[in-house]
Design a protein. Sequence first.
Length: 445
Amino acid sequence: MQGAMPESVETRAKMLEQWTTFWRNRFAHEPRSLQAQRREAQDAFAQLGYPLSKNEDWKYTKVHLIAETSWKLAPLAPAPAEPNWPAIRVLLVNGRFVGRVVHSPWHDKISIWNWQDAFQEQLDLLEQHWNRMARWRQHPFAALNTACFQDAVIIRVFPNQEIEAPIHILIHHDANSAEPQACFPRILVCLESGSKATLVETYTGGGRHCFTCGVVELLLERGAHLDYYKVQQEHEQTVHIVQAYARLAAEAALRTHIVSLGGGLVRNECDVSLVGQHGNCTLNGLYLARGRQHVDNHTEIDHVAPACTSYELYKGILTDHAHGVFHGKIYVHPGAQKTDAKQTNQALLLSDEAEVDSKPQLEIYADDVRCTHGATVGQLDNQQLFYLRTRGISMEQARSLLIYAFAEDIISRIQVDPVRFQLEDILLAEEGLPLESDLRKVHLP
């Protein structure tokens, strides 16, 4: 990876010393094949180092705070209170699997393991799919997660099964130490052919000296359908870098919604490979940033197979001195004819000090495709404000309604009602609007 550090042997040794505690606290009896992957990832991280700003992919996202901090292993902590909405629920606290709830109607349709149970009972599944999608040889934080993770969630949905209840993975970072602490959540979800499921991934907790470094792998076999939601609500000073990797076989469909409301330094990555014909993916994203928050959304969609479609819509709302980044790439491989891809990025700046860097990107190596991209960055429309004012609405309420409408375009697409209602309540409260049901829109298909 161009622009990585360090170059000197001394600097590399010092960098690796930061993480020795994590390597010593891994499971002692992992199978040799998985231990080998750990060592390879550790070597890859040593070679890659922390990315520098001259690396184009990290040009706007500075990670010096991570590099300069001596991180400790996040200690064991109790499980937080569970949400009161029904779901197949898994709890990860400080990177460790602490519980699961699978209701009886789903026992014969889905299996959920922690890391130790998985490598003892499902080694064939792990050797076939574990760490196959994550690009840890090119991404330093994916390599760091692979080398350091303490526990994992492995989910398998059996063929031709529809899981109607949402699968909710609650990832909580309990800041119960005065020392800087890091955790490494790791998730693998396998949807076998013809299966359908909804996955909700929420990140909570954290603090000033907390670092969440996660990797999520999503495998969709032929004809599988997955709705994937990631809601990040960690403490406003938490460092959050999580990469989601998905591979779609023929006729598979993935719909993602990534919402960022917290964190100090946040980087959401979504890397999708369409490897089978007639695959379809939709990536939706929304972030609200205030103070000096930095939120980076980095996406890449690889159209490997022909006749696939991808649609991408990311929106950001920034105020104060917040900084947003959108770096989206669509890569159409040779032979991926009949590709249909559309990418849109919109940002709303509510202060003169807020800043957005947007970099939409197309790389096309096929000649029978339809690909478009667009990016807009601006402030509230004065004509729309004037129209609302002529209807007797105050300037403050007019601004709030336009901001709400801008964000609701993404939130209304969320199909899990408790998640959508929670986000709408947060947005309504943020804008000082009444929490009334007539302001809720019917969610879009």
